[in-house]
Design a protein around this ligand. Sequence first.
Ligand SMILES: [Zn+2]
Length: 578
Amino acid sequence: MRRCLLVNYTAMRFSLRRCLLLLFLLAGVAASGFGSAYNARPKLVVIIVIDQFRGDYLERYRDQFGEGGFRLLLDHGAYFTDCNYDYANTRTAPGHATLFSGAYSDGHGIMANEWWDPQKKKMVTSVQDDATTIVGVASTGPGSSPHNLLADTLGDELKLASQGKARVFGVALKDRAAVLPAGFAGDGAYWIDPKTGAWITSTYYRRELPKWVADFNSSRIEKYWNQEWKDANGKVLRSTAPRKNKNGDPATFYEVVGSTPLANDYEFDFARELAENEKLGSGPATDLLVVSLSANDILGHQVGPDSPEMQAMVLATDKQLADFFTFVGHQVGGLANVWLALSADHGVAPLPSVAGALHIPAEGLGNEKLRVQINSALSAKLSPGRSVEFVRALDYPVAWLDQDAFTSLKISEEAAEHAAGEAMEQAGLRGYFTRTQLAKGAVPASELGQKYMHSYSPLGGWYVLGVPTPYTIGAASGTDHSSPYTYDTHVPLAFYGIPFQPGTYRTHSEPVDMAVTFASLLGINAPTHAVGRVLVEALLATHRADSSASPPAQTIPPRKHPDQIRPVSLVATQRSRP
Ligand SMILES: [Zn+2]
């Protein structure tokens, strides 16, 4: 256009016609390609998931954050202070599946990181797929894929709406945290080989690593070993010098580097390389990049949420986010072309010693000890004089049952799960929900019943979901997450980008709202099983009107279960964009 306007008067009429013709042609190409509705969409959506990041950290450390990291979202974005998972199974795989499907486990099917496979008669992971193999390192084990997902994801809907033109990638140290966000149609999911730290994928995505990944692996891993992690005062908190683990074997990259901020640097280093090599944000449709930061969880299990090391980790994450957001802006010609979101897959319980010091009852029970106790109670009742492994695995507070052990005694699933639940109560759990009960929807009409209903999946054979006593964990040392309580359910939810009205929102929100809000703004279908709502109160008036069938702007539409929504006033402290 600019050139057209610079021609002299005599040539103007001819040139204008040529320009208009060219514009029509371009518009025609765009429309026939994937729908012109994409013209106003961002070039790139970047979603940061922090593995184990409690919602209260943002307020706890807010005054210590620098510019451009968390505060880009807190001060210049739409920040939801009261976002909680409405289910009990607050683990990594369910959390990631929930964020990206906009559904809970009863919709997406991922209710645990691992479950008992009654056919294979062993525990399997949420993403392991025997039809695939690992790509990138020599491995005899199965590869990973989203094949267990029972719902599709935001990325899948983006792919469908753009007829495959959008590109979708997931990156994390853990396979489940990369694979589930990338959905079925993802172009790539990358995670690390725990031993060497090399970035790998599976044959679900491709037969060989792209050259840039192979180059990255051969040139970049080394620099993360033999480093020191120092806090703001220069005190050395951890070193990544090679060491032996507690079994006397050389500790892995995952063990040594994984629990330090260096692992987040490593992930962002890789994500930058991915964005550049895959030219994210330069295609004809909106691309989606999900980075899940695993180091926060690895450290958090060891030291708990209240340790100086966790504080140093959060502050390091803040700086790393600032650098990455700056990079993303450069990558796509300015942050105006990007929509960002931040959330987490779950929170975490305080260390039992920390809660105990405040006279709050808390305990690290020890999974194996508890399993032995539950099995001996079941054996005493069902097979007197004979010790039987009725519970094959206990991932507190979930018990995975060996159905063969029960069927050989002619005990039905319902009776087996009931007996196991009773034994779990005797061992100190506060209550239980059986798979049979959840499959029938036979739960009390209560907040807790609803949370357990949302935790149901048809996958995983026979199981019992125990209701833990608050502040009890299955780990004998360190801490854990996997309860329906706020310390595990409360996570950040914040957005940055042109459609959002900057402010702090204290309205009810859930992680399921993220994918639904993005889908609405992108003008695409929400994922198949989505139950979240469009967070209309955080959208600029022009975009509120965009979300079709929206109620008047200041009303929050009811969710499926209106009794769960607290009456709220819309508190939005208006802030400017930088
Ligand atoms: Zn964890």
